[in-house]
Design a protein around this ligand. Structure first.
Ligand code: GLA
Length: 414
């Protein structure tokens, strides 16, 4: 009886985030994929989870052009905490590795025009065993994060039950709202419930979370990228409609700049994440990243497409028997992005098609710009047969815009 009343009260409560944040997919840097839970600062001082790492990366974001292109979040992941809460039950940063504390780090990050993200887990402990938050802790923890002037929270779901999550994720949304500080909210809730309805309620998620992880962790390999793309594509009828301004599917971090992807694969991950309207969180060493990888991540047209204000997630529109797939994302002002993606492992493939067969049928003439080479191709009609040469495990990406009919342009003014 008591349980029924509690559950009913939860269902009736109107949860809503309404923080107005992330009208376009967030961009920035997140520690986890590259730096994991490396707390060995004695032997590996430059690559361990400590305040210096975040200050170094913040410096790079601010000084190497990233911030000005939109990469403005610098986000802490697991392993920042002390092993226990303080005597008042508050979360504490590890005193050795974060001697100045999170508030000081937030001040530093803000002084560079950046935002700070932090990590917690809606369970008994974080995935790496640090203090978690429970339904009873969420108010205090949200207040703590707000008092530190944190700008984003990733709330993981290790060591939680389905009931903990069903109460805790909406509870934290309310608690964040109640602080009065705009704190973007990344929920790993769906990833812990299989990522799909009926266990996952995407209507609720779009109301309480700014982004959500719904599938496995990315690892530093092409295989991992492919498995994420496969899952997103297989479930695109469910996932595509739920993304939009303020609420995004998160296929996890970009691997670009690390060890597992070839140059072509790195370009492919960037293009595919952009077509999916995905958050762009790098997780790489910005102190040593190569110019080639910087070029991929700082491609202005790519970022413009990723950040398109309509915020429509793209879809795979076709797959050929020759292992070519085509993805299309509708953009504002009647423009679109197209990704031609090859899963082949032999040689550059000459893919022949027409815009008409990719559902571009309603205008006389289109112009396209290749997002990576900058080359422009004009005068494509829906029936023009063209060839794109796609490298193995690579992409060709186009930005496409209709050219108004010449006849229309020459109409005399009345
Ligand atoms: C989970 C998350 C990862 C990362 C780790 C940290 O696996 O999915 O993104 O946050 O926990 O322990």
């Amino acid at each position: 009886m008591k349980l029924t009343v509690i559950l009913l009260a939860l269902v009736l409560q109107v949860f809503s985030l309404e923080n107005g944040l992330m009208r376009t997919p967030p961009m920035g840097w997140l520690a986890w994929e590259r730096y994991r839970c490396n707390i060995n600062c004695e032997e590996d001082p430059d690559n361990c989870i400590n305040e210096r790492l975040f200050m170094d990366m913040a410096d790079r974001l601010a000084n190497d052009g990233w911030r000005d292109l939109g990469y403005n979040y610098i986000n802490i992941d697991d392993c920042w905490m002390a092993p226990n809460r303080d005597e008042d039950g508050r979360l504490m940063a590890d005193p050795k590795r974060f001697p100045s504390g999170i508030k000081a780090l937030a001040d530093y990050v803000h002084s560079l025009g950046l935002k700070l993200g932090i990590y917690e887990d809606m369970g008994n402990k974080t995935c790496m065993g640090y203090p978690g938050t429970t339904v009873d802790d969420v108010v205090l923890d949200a207040e703590t994060f707000a008092s530190w002037e944190v700008d984003m929270l990733k709330l993981d779901g290790c060591y939680s039950s389905a009931i903990d999550r069903a109460q805790g994720y909406p509870g934290m949304a309310d608690a964040l709202n109640a602080t009065g500080r705009p704190i973007a909210y990344s929920c790993s809730w769906p990833a812990y419930d299989g990522g799909l309805p009926p266990l996952v309620n995407y209507t609720l998620l779009t109301e309480i979370c700014n982004l959500w992880r719904n599938y496995d962790d990315i690892e530093d390999s092409w295989q991992s990228v492919l498995s994420i793309v496969d899952w997103y594509t297989k479930n695109q009828d469910i996932l595509q409609p739920v993304a939009g301004p303020g609420h995004w599917n998160d296929p996890d971090m970009l691997l670009i700049g690390n060890f597992g992807l070839s140059f072509e694969q790195a370009k492919a991950q960037m293009a595919l994440w952009t077509i999916l309207a995905a958050p762009l969180f790098m997780s790489t060493d910005l102190r040593t990243i190569s110019p080639q990888n910087v070029d991929i991540l700082q491609n202005k047209l790519m970022i413009k497409i990723n950040q398109d204000p309509l915020g429509i997630q793209g879809r795979r529109v076709l797959k050929t028997k020759h292992e070519i797939e085509v993805f299309v994302r509708p953009l504002s002002n009647n423009t679109s992005a197209i990704v031609f993606f090859s899963r082949r492992t032999d040689m550059p493939y000459r893919y022949k098609t027409t815009l008409g067969s990719l559902n571009f049928t309603d205008s006389a003439s289109y112009e396209v710009q290749d997002v990576y080479t900058g080359n422009i191709i004009s005068g494509l009609t829906p029936d023009t047969r063209f060839t794109v040469i796609i490298n193995p495990s690579g992409v060709v990406m186009w930005y496409l815009y209709p050219i108004p009919d010449l006849a229309e342009k020459q109409l005399p003014e009345l």
